[in-house]
Design a protein around this ligand. Structure first.
Ligand SMILES: Nc1nc2c(c(=O)[nH]1)N[C@H]1C(S)=C(S)[C@@H](COP(=O)(O)OP(=O)(O)OC[C@H]3O[C@@H](n4cnc5c(=O)[nH]c(N)nc54)[C@H](O)[C@@H]3O)O[C@H]1N2
Ligand SMILES: Nc1nc2c(c(=O)[nH]1)N[C@H]1C(S)=C(S)[C@@H](COP(=O)(O)OP(=O)(O)OC[C@H]3O[C@@H](n4cnc5c(=O)[nH]c(N)nc54)[C@H](O)[C@@H]3O)O[C@H]1N2
Ligand code: SF4
Ligand SMILES: [Mo]
Length: 879
């Protein structure tokens, strides 16, 4: 996309995933932004994925919280900050420092995060600060520390391009780290890199896989133990890390049956991994979010340590981080189990060093509560004051209903967010308006240890403030004005860099003390750089020299006894897997604002194997009731053999705001990994049954839609809003219902066929279609894209037919978000224009030619056209 404005573009970083792409932004003068990839940023060299490309649609004042609120009433900053400081101080005075807690986020900038950690660990004197990184990276952190003695990511992105074999385990790279995926796909095309995907699901990432291993969920440690035993058998052990013999003995005791994979597939994997030196093993939430996540991490690292394939070009274990600043949060010590700058909270010398540097009155002396335990302590009243910053735990925590109830019942809850409408913010007494991406200055660290600036382009909306400033305001009011007297994020960055020098002198890996005295001007122009960066050290990769941060200086291998998978029971016989979709980010507070991003998948869904669907009597696009011991959900059924029988999958993104019955983490148990405390969010035991809907509906309106029925899923359109609806009982009279739904006090145009249970109602104002509802006994068969494009425009007499005519072909669900090309257009192109390849689809229809995120789906549509399978809709909700 080209930028037309003459104004110079501002260089910043994408606020979504941990790839940390450089972005050029240019204000359009009316509150919006033009966005392009930064050709000079070493993470992406100009590329952006679909979420990054749509950033311009997510900024602005839409739905923003503009002033502080106390008990739902607008308040001044002084009133709000005074109240927060007083309630925290009083609680601490009465019940001690451990009676309060902060729950923060890997989406905070380093400077924000540093301020929160300093206030809690050094001044309040408790380590009860934990972060959503506990749900995300904690097992990798724990695994790194066990193996390396430090939380170090040894590799670089270019290693994916230099490797001969790249193993992606528990990672859907094509949807979750799309630009890294594109870099890997380009390398594969150029030099024949072999790619292995290890995932129980056949994901879009498998598009570039030479080998896909759909292993039994949770059996990764067994698979990597088999690999380690094979490495030894082939005489490839070249190093002698501590613990080698025990690790090998445990590996040799592992039986292949645990993986559920055929011998031939395991053999192919072992041959590929052992076939040459240059192997990178990338891992993400399929590894971390498990009750044996840390063991899985160490089982992977063991193989790299035994062969010395670590820290050298094109080789190494590579934990890719999810959030834009997951790494920065670890660097400032944002986890309850760490101190600042990768120092160890349980080491008295480290604590003394940080206390001295901060002139801190009382340092936390022991680890604090990890996320799951923290919310349990909120629930049982041990935590009496809670501050949640930049995260939405009422949706994203396991046992989400229980966590929401705990937050609601807490004596005093503060939430800092950009929106007051999130499921979590609705539960708080005090809601503080924070600036968001595009409005704030600071730094983030991406998955390869590269620190980049985020730069402010837009003014702060209303009275919104930067998070660091809000936190510092509370710290000052609690009596520590000197320690929180920063004027600018550059001051905080300079302090953080200076503290990292103290840590570096103690032998730590994280040292950016070259920037300790950074001036505001230098901070403004700071180029992306890799850590460490000090007077003594600027190594690009770690560990190639065989020196680690353990007391012996040697790496540690761990003896891993693979754990049996978590059990299901007769009442909950399905093993539900959870994760992400291509175009949405977490709880959708930002991607949900983009009509473009909302058209790929507009509903919460359940991917179910055809055999399961047949057995349960669930037709494609019907609704399923999903029940676990923790909660329940209603989800749209997507029948697909991408998942194995008994192993359905559901995405995590829908919330009380967007689909109240689609909150998937409400189903997930509170089981955690014993070493890291990370929840096992990839597993919930569930029962599945058809949801007996008396009616299904599809609604569009130029104004927000209000609906209160068993199933509602709302999405934003360019011209208004849409909703998918269903209920177990039909209302007596629909007119009142639709008037309330659309907030219109007028008579609708009605088409009804009582016999077939069909009802169609439209509101036309001044010749324009304002709202419409299509009701049927079956999932409403309406050409959605057609109705959506009619909304707000001249109402045609035939709109209530809800079908495409000759002159108006139906687009279907959107596959290419960048050019808004729908599934029907693509299938028609394949059928009528003889399009045989992804590239030819691109030439004819533009689909897949901008960010490339939809290329795996284009390929699967080509496959589908070649091998039609009526029970396999590629996209949910397509008409
Ligand atoms: N589009 C998009 N991108 C994102 C995000 C987003 O919300 N949307 N979020 C970001 C964040 S914070 C994160 S943490 C990352 C997550 O990135 P990923 O970890 O790549 O994404 P997930 O979909 O959570 O899970 C990855 C895969 O793990 C598989 N899996 C489940 N159980 C197992 C198992 O036992 N073994 C193995 N080997 N695999 C298993 C699942 O089937 C799933 O395909 O994505 C980041 N990028
Ligand atoms: N079942 C299941 N559950 C999961 C996962 C899974 O795979 N399965 N994945 C887990 C993982 S890896 C993660 S990372 C979490 C993510 O879960 P969350 O962190 O809860 O999700 P987000 O929607 O990213 O929440 C960020 C919030 O911060 C707000 N915000 C954005 N920018 C700013 C800012 O600058 N300042 C402030 N103060 N607020 C801001 C947003 O509006 C939003 O409300 O979910 C976890 N939960
Ligand atoms: S890959 Fe996409 S979401 Fe991730 S940082 Fe780059 S543009 Fe943003
Ligand atoms: Mo994450």
């Amino acid at each position: 996309m080209t930028i037309q404005s003459p104004r110079p573009a501002i260089r910043t970083t994408c606020p979504y995933c941990g790839v940390g792409c450089g972005v050029l932004t240019t204000p359009d003068g009316s509150g919006g932004l033009a966005v392009a990839g930064d050709p000079d940023h070493p993470a992406n060299f100009g590329r952006l994925c679909v979420k990054g490309s749509a950033l311009g649609e997510t900024v602005g004042l839409k739905d923003r919280l503009l002033t502080p609120r106390i008990d739902g009433q607008e308040a001044t900053w002084d009133q709000a900050l005074d109240l927060v400081a007083r309630r925290f101080s009083d609680t601490i005075a009465r019940h001690g420092p451990d009676s309060v807690a902060f729950y923060v986020s890997g989406q905070l900038l380093t400077e924000d995060y540093y301020a929160a950690n300093k206030l809690m660990k050094g001044f309040i004197g408790s380590a009860n600060i934990d972060t959503n990184s506990r749900l995300c990276m904690a097992s990798s952190v724990a695994g790194h520390r066990r193996a390396f003695g430090s939380d170090t990511v040894p590799g670089l992105y270019e290693d994916l391009e230099l490797a001969d074999v790249v193993v992606l385990v528990g990672s859907n790279l094509s949807w979750c780290h799309p630009v890294l995926y594109q870099r890997l796909a380009a390398a594969r095309a150029a030099r024949g890199t072999r790619v292995v995907v290890i995932d129980p699901r056949r994901t879009a990432t498998c598009d570039i896989a030479d080998l896909h291993l759909p292993l039994a969920p949770g059996s990764d440690a067994a698979l990597f133990n088999l690999l380690l035993a094979d490495i030894a058998r082939r005489g490839l052990v070249s190093e002698t890390p501590d613990g080698l013999d025990d690790a090998l003995a445990a590996a040799r005791a592992t039986l292949p049956g645990a993986t559920g994979l055929p011998h031939s597939a395991i053999r192919q994997f072992l041959d590929l991994w052992c076939g040459g030196d240059r192997v990178v093993t990338v891992y993400s939430q399929g590894i971390n979010q498990s009750d044996s996540g840390t063991d899985k991490v160490n089982a992977i690292i063991n193989c790299h340590l035994a062969t010395g394939r670590i820290g050298r070009p094109g080789m190494g274990p590579f934990s890719v981080t999810g959030q834009p600043n997951a790494m920065g949060g670890r660097e400032v010590g944002g986890l309850a189990t760490m101190l600042a700058c990768h120092l160890d909270i349980e080491n008295p010398a480290h604590r003394d060093a940080v206390q001295g540097f901060w002139h801190a009155p009382r340092m936390a002396a022991k680890p604090g509560l990890k996320a799951v335990d923290m919310f349990r302590a909120v629930e049982d009243g041990r935590i009496k004051a809670l501050w949640i910053i930049c995260t939405n735990p009422a949706v994203s925590m396991p046992q989400a209903d229980r966590v929401a109830a705990a937050i609601k019942g807490c004596g005093f809850t503060v939430v800092s967010d950009m929106f007051a409408t999130t499921d979590t913010a609705r539960l708080a007494q005090v809601v503080l308006p924070a600036t968001g991406w595009g409005e704030k200055d600071g730094t983030v660290t991406n998955s390869e240890r590269r620190i980049s600036r985020q730069r402010r382009t837009l003014p702060a909306p209303g009275q919104a403030r930067d998070d660091w400033r809000i936190i510092a305001g509370v710290g000052a009011r609690m009596g520590w004005a000197d320690a929180f007297a920063w004027d600018h994020p550059a001051d905080i960055f300079a302090e953080h860099a200076a503290l990292s020098g103290v840590a570096g002198a103690l032998g730590g890996d994280f040292d950016i003390s070259a920037h300790a005295g950074i001036t505001r001007g230098a901070y403004d122009t700071l180029e992306p750089f890799l850590w460490p960066h000090s007077a003594r050290r600027r190594n690009r990769r770690f560990f190639a020299d065989g020196r680690f941060h353990t007391p012996s200086g040697k790496a540690r291998m761990l003896a891993i006894a693979p754990r049996a998978p978590q059990p299901v029971d007769a009442a909950h016989p399905f093993r539900l897997n959870t994760g992400r979709v291509r175009d949405h980010w977490h709880t959708m507070t930002r991607t949900g604002l983009s009509p473009r991003l909302s058209r790929h998948l507009a509903e919460p869904f359940l991917e179910l194997h055809p055999a399961d669907a047949a057995r349960l009597g669930l037709a494609p696009a019907s609704l399923a009731k999903v029940t676990s011991p923790e909660g329940r959900a209603i989800l749209r059924v997507l029948v697909t053999d991408r998942v194995a029988p008994g192993h359905p999958f559901a995405p995590i993104h829908w919330t009380g705001e967007t689909a109240p019955s689609g909150r998937v983490s409400a189903l997930v148990p509170g089981t955690v990994d014993p070493a890291s405390g990370q929840p096992a969010s990839k597993f919930a035991p569930v029962a599945i049954a058809p949801f007996a809907a008396a009616w299904h509906g599809f609604a569009v309106s130029t104004r927000p839609i209000r609906a209160d029925c068993d199933y509602c899923a709302f999405a934003r359109l360019a011209s208004g809003y849409q909703a998918e609806l269903a209920g177990s009982t039909a209302p007596e009279t629909w007119t009142d219902v639709v008037q309330a739904m659309f907030g219109i006090d007028a008579e609708p145009v009605v088409v009804q066929d009582r016999q077939r249970g069909i009802l169609r109602m439209a509101f036309v104002e001044g010749g324009h279609l304002r709202a419409a509802l299509f009701v049927a006994r079956e999932p409403a068969a309406v050409a959605r894209s057609l109705v959506v494009s009619a909304l707000g425009t001249d109402a045609r007499a035939d709109i209530l037919a809800g079908r495409a005519g000759q002159d108006r072909p139906d687009e279907g669900a959107i596959v290419c978000s960048c050019f808004q090309v729908g599934v029907n257009t693509i299938l028609r192109g394949i059928a009528t224009q003889g399009l045989m390849t992804v590239d030819s689809i691109g030439q004819a229809l533009s689909a897949g030619t901008n960010c490339g995120s939809c290329r795996p789906e284009l390929k699967s549509l080509l496959d589908r056209a070649r091998h039609p399978a009526p029970d396999r809709p590629a996209i949910v909700g397509s008409a």
